[in-house]
Design a protein around this ligand. Structure first.
Ligand code: GDP
Ligand code: MG
Length: 441
């Protein structure tokens, strides 16, 4: 996809006269590429119509950077589609919230329920899982296994066949046990059928969820819009989670799901494991969709953010693909110096919402300071290695002692490092543009 869009924009910038015909050809090319990426036809059509309205042919002709203008317009329009205008219901720690998961069989509900619970548990919540899937044989066993692995309390039954009854019993029980995140996993069918939607309606009516999350497999292609809409018509879907983003899926279905449910994507699933789960971030997602990598905004900003004299070295290191703890430390240093912190953060891939959720700038800053204190207790070998095996238990213990911190906190910091290293490994082989070439992206 990235290739054909770049090609379209390239042709455009080569044309000496930009007239309506050239712009149309360019947009047709982009349309084709987005359709191949499973973005719904109607969304693409509306988007190109908007772009034609926004992009001023006179501006293009006057020698402004044409590719940049069109690319920016496409980028902005796609971001707009992914923003339904209001955030999803946000459960509050310490207050009981009921979250119901819906979606077709195989979409990844049960897996995602556990990931969602585990994610919150790590942040100090008290989650619990309720298996209201009585349709699929083995559903309860699967949930039980997942929950046990993550040490999360669960409720379900092998005998009871009424999902509504189980859902209500489970919710009641965990309310009594003062769990603050009661997650109800439901059944799916292979096809969208009346019985399934009726069951969802009944479970929702009986448990009164604060949030209904629609789980969608990213590989379902153009079917995404209709599927999401069908669920939205039965229950009050308030958020979307897209699964299997680690596979070949192109992700365009996410746009359809948001458009159909008028609800934001809150997380994506990136693997079968419990921790392969990421907060959804619109801009990097759209960059990826357009094949611009997560790097478009980043490369534009890096000259502003990183002091000039340090840039060549940093860029060189990043292009070698070795994201060491020392690089993380240096980035933390810049970030602490630069401020306003939130703005800088969102520019560095991986340093955005995940590390520093909106509205929690103070806490995040304290966390980063804490991480840096622990890293001050590391040896040069440790800071310069990108081999995670180096961090043995005894080293971790030494670092914790040296910094006057808990072992758990050092492990948290190393988890953060692993997460960032995974993202930044994509920088490997990156061609480093010189200053001035930057805006000609
Ligand atoms: P359910 O029927 O909706 O409850 O779906 P399950 O949770 O049972 O998941 C169906 C299959 O998809 C299982 O084999 C999961 O391991 C797999 N799965 C779920 N989420 C992901 C993901 O993000 N990535 C990958 N690769 N597989 C996933
Ligand atoms: Mg299931």
């Amino acid at each position: 996809l990235g290739g054909s869009i770049s090609r379209a924009l390239q042709q455009m910038s080569n044309a000496t006269i930009i007239d309506e015909k050239v712009l149309n050809e360019c947009l047709n090319e982009i349309t084709r590429a987005l359709l191949q990426s499973d973005v719904q036809f109607k969304l693409v059509r509306d988007m190109t119509t908007n772009i034609k309205k926004i992009v001023n042919l006179d501006d293009l002709a006057a020698g402004h950077n044409k590719r940049r203008i069109i690319q920016q317009a496409v980028f902005n329009e796609l971001c707009k589609i992914l923003d339904p205008g209001k955030p999803a219901y946000a459960p509050k720690k310490g207050k009981p919230s009921i979250v119901m998961f819906v979606g077709l069989q195989g979409s990844g509900k049960t897996t995602t329920c556990t990931k969602y619970a585990y994610y919150h548990q790590k942040k100090g919540w008290k989650p619990a899982l309720v298996c209201a899937d009585t349709f699929r044989a083995g559903a309860f066993d699967q949930l039980k296994q997942n929950a046990t692995k993550a040490k999360i309390p669960f409720y379900g039954s092998y005998m009871e066949s009424d999902p509504v009854k189980i859902a209500v019993e489970g919710v009641e029980r965990f309310k009594k046990e003062s769990c603050d995140l009661i997650i109800v996993d439901t059944s799916g069918r292979h096809k969208q059928e009346a019985a399934l939607f009726e069951e969802m309606r009944q479970v929702a009516e009986a448990t009164k969820p604060d949030l209904v999350i629609f789980v969608m497999d990213s590989s379902i292609g153009q079917a995404a819009f209709d599927q999401a809409q069908a669920f939205k018509q039965s229950v009050a879907v308030g958020a979307v989670i897209i699964t299997k983003m680690d596979g070949h899926a192109k992700g365009g279905g996410a746009l359809s799901a948001v458009a159909a449910t008028k609800s934001p994507v809150i997380f994506i699933g990136t693997g079968e494991h419990m921790d392969e789960f990421e907060i959804f971030d619109v801009k990097p997602f759209v960059s990826r969709l357009l094949g611009m990598g997560d790097w478009s905004g980043f490369m534009d900003k890096i000259h502003e953010v990183v002091p000039m004299d340090q840039q060549p070295e940093l860029l060189q290191k990043l292009s070698e693909g070795n994201f060491t703890l020392r690089i993380m430390y240096e980035q933390f240093q810049h970030i602490m110096k630069m401020g306003p912190i939130s703005q800088v953060f969102s520019m560095l891939p991986g340093f955005g919402a995940e590390l520093m959720p909106q509205g929690q700038e103070k806490e995040s800053q304290a966390k980063i300071k804490r991480y840096m204190t622990m890293m001050d207790s590391m040896t040069n070998d440790e800071l310069d290695s990108s081999n995670p095996k180096l961090m043995t238990d005894s080293r971790i213990m030494r670092i914790a002692r040296g910094a006057g911190r808990q072992v758990r906190e050092v492990m948290d910091m190393l988890e953060e490092y692993k997460r960032l290293a995974k993202i930044w490994s994509k920088m490997k082989g990156l061609k480093i543009p010189k200053k001035g070439e930057m805006s000609a992206l």
